[in-house]
Design a protein around this ligand. Structure first.
Ligand SMILES: Cc1ncc(COP(=O)(O)O)c(C=O)c1O
Length: 455
C-alpha cells in the first residue's frame, strides 16, 4: 500500500501555491482591496477556497467558469449544488428575464400560477402532496422543524453526528461522553445548550437511533438519505428502512433533507430508494441558481398543524415564526418552474449519472494502480473521494479521515490545471452540460497529481 510522504506533500503544496498566486494577480488585487467586506469576502465561508484568496468570477456558462485573470475552468463545484442545472441555464434565464422584465413583478406578496405548477411537479417527483416555498434550504429546514414540533408536541430533533443541514441551530451537535448532545466545535454562539433541542445518533447505527428515540421527546429525525457533508457516507442496506420504522414506532416524524442527495435521480433518493418521509426538504438547485427552497408535508402533518392553528395556539400566517416576506416570490417560482420543467429532467439525470459513474471509475483506476488507501463514493450525479479505504460507514469515521493539507494540495493542483472542485469537499458534481471529455480531463489530471504525490 502506498504511504504518504508528508515532506513531499509539503513541497508539492508550496509549488502549487506559488503557481496559484502567480497565475491570479487580478483576483489577488481585488481581494486585497476588499477593505469593506468582513473577511474580505461577500460571505465569510468564501475564505474556504484554498490559496489564500478566492478566484474572482468574470463569467460562467454551462459547466465553465472564467475568472478575472482570463483562466477558464471545468467546474465540478457547481456552486456546491446550487448550480447543478449548470450556470445560467437558458430556460431559467428566459423565465427570469420574462418575469423580471417583460411581465414585471419580482416580489409583490401575490401568488403566481407558477407556484402550483411547481408544487404539482414536486409531488410527482418526491411524493408529498403539500408544499411551501422558502429562499434557502436552511429556511426550509428551520420552518419545517417548527411545524414538526407543533405537530408532535415534542421539543427535540434527532440528527446524525457530522450532519449538515444549513445554519440550523439544532443540527450543530455531536454525541457527548454521556450520550447527550454537545455543541460541535466551532459552533458560533449557540442560543441554548444543544442538549435542550437535540439528540444525536451515529449514521448506519440503528441501535443509537433507537436509544435516542426511546426517550420519547423527539419531534423529528432530520437526515439526509446519505451523509454528504463529511464526504459521502452511503447508507448500509436496511438502515434507512430501519430509521423509518423506528421513527414511526417511537412517534417521531421522518424529515428527509434532499438538498444535496437530489443528485441521486430526478426524484432524489426518496424516489430511487422508496423512502417515505413525513417532511421533505430541498433547496439550492431547483431554481437553477435563483435563491429558493421548498418543504413538502404529508396530509397527516398538515392536519396536525391545522388542528393547532384552528385552535388558535399557533400562527402560521403572521408572526408565528414560519415564513419570510420574500419566500415564494414570483421570480423564484418562475425559476423553479423552468429549471424543473426544462433543465433537471429525467434525461438530464441519466446523462449526469452516467458521467459521475465514469468519473468514479477514473478515480478508482488511479487509486488501484498506485495502491493509494483512499476511496471514492458516488451518489447519482455526484462523487467524492475521501482519504480512507474502505469508504467510512459513519460520520465519526469519515471526520477522522479529513486531511487539510491533502485537500489543499489536490484543490490547488487541480485548479492550476483548469479544474474546480468544491471547496468544502473533494466533491465533483455533473450538470447537463458536463461532457465525457471534461470527465476524462479530470481523470488524467487526477492521475498526474496523485502520481506526483506517491512517486
Ligand atoms: C443537506 C443540506 N441541507 C441544507 C443546506 C443549506 O443550504 P443553504 O445554505 O442553501 O441554505 C445544505 C448546505 O450545504 C446542505 O448540504
Amino acid at each position: 500500500m502506498a504511504t504518504l510522504d508528508r515532506s513531499r506533500l509539503a513541497s508539492l503544496l508550496a509549488a502549487e501555491q506559488a503557481t496559484y498566486t502567480d497565475r491570479h494577480p487580478r483576483s489577488r488585487d481585488l481581494f486585497a482591496a476588499a477593505d469593506n467586506l468582513f473577511g474580505r469576502v461577500p460571505m465569510t465561508w468564501m475564505n474556504m477556497w484554498t490559496g489564500g484568496f478566492p478566484l474572482y468570477l468574470d463569467h460562467a456558462t454551462g459547466n465553465r467558469i472564467t475568472d478575472v485573470d482570463g483562466h477558464t475552468y471545468v467546474d465540478f463545484a457547481l456552486g456546491d449544488t446550487g448550480a447543478m442545472a449548470g450556470h445560467s441555464p437558458a430556460p431559467t434565464v428566459a423565465a427570469v428575464q420574462r418575469r423580471a422584465g417583460e411581465l414585471g413583478g419580482i416580489t409583490t406578496m401575490l401568488p403566481t400560477e407558477d407556484a402550483q405548477w411547481v408544487g404539482a411537479e414536486l409531488e410527482r417527483r418526491f411524493g408529498l402532496p403539500l408544499w411551501s416555498f422558502t429562499l434557502s434550504a436552511t429556511d426550509a429546514n428551520r420552518w419545517a422543524i417548527r411545524l414538526a414540533r407543533l405537530a408532535t408536541g415534542r421539543p427535540k430533533v434527532l440528527v446524525f453526528a457530522y450532519c449538515y443541514h444549513g445554519s440550523v441551530d439544532e443540527a450543530f451537535a455531536l454525541p457527548g461522553p454521556d450520550g447527550k448532545a454537545e455543541s460541535r466545535p466551532g459552533n458560533v454562539a449557540p442560543p441554548v445548550d444543544l442538549d435542550l433541542t437535540t439528540r444525536v445518533a451515529t449514521w448506519n447505527d440503528l441501535a443509537s437511533v433507537e436509544a435516542a428515540l426511546a426517550h420519547g421527546d423527539v419531534a423529528a429525525v432530520l437526515t439526509e438519505p446519505a451523509l454528504t457533508n463529511i464526504g459521502i457516507v452511503l447508507p448500509e442496506d436496511g438502515f434507512l428502512a430501519g430509521v423509518r420504522e423506528l421513527a414511526t414506532r417511537y412517534g417521531a416524524l421522518l424529515m428527509v433533507d434532499e438538498t444535496h442527495t437530489f443528485s441521486t435521480g430526478w426524484g432524489g433518493a426518496t424516489r430511487a430508494w422508496g423512502l417515505e418521509p413525513d417532511i421533505f426538504v430541498i433547496g439550492k438547485s431547483i431554481g437553477g441558481g435563483i435563491p429558493c427552497g421548498a418543504y413538502g408535508i404529508t396530509t397527516e402533518v398538515a392536519a396536525a398543524v391545522t388542528r393547532h392553528t384552528e385552535a388558535g395556539d399557533a400562527d402560521i400566517v403572521d408572526v408565528g415564526g414560519v415564513g419570510g416576506t420574500l419566500a415564494g416570490n414570483a421570480l423564484s417560482t418562475a425559476a423553479m418552474r423552468a429549471t424543473l420543467g426544462e433543465v433537471l429532467t429525467e434525461e438530464a439525470f441519466a446523462h449526469m449519472t452516467g458521467l459521475a459513474t465514469a468519473f468514479t471509475a477514473g478515480v478508482q483506476q488511479t487509486l488501484d494502480e498506485l495502491d493509494v488507501p483512499w476511496s471514492i463514493s458516488q451518489l447519482g450525479a455526484r462523487a467524492e473521494y475521501r482519504f480512507a479505504r474502505p469508504a467510512p460507514r459513519t460520520g465519526e469515521k469519515s471526520a477522522a479521515a479529513a486531511d487539510e493539507e491533502l485537500d489543499a494540495y489536490l484543490h490547488l493542483a487541480l485548479c492550476n490545471r483548469g479544474i474546480l472542485m468544491t471547496p468544502f469537499h473533494n466533491m465533483a458534481l455533473m450538470c447537463p452540460e458536463t461532457s465525457r471529455e471534461d470527465v476524462d480531463r479530470h481523470t488524467a489530471v487526477f492521475r498526474e497529481v496523485v502520481g506526483a504525490l506517491f512517486a
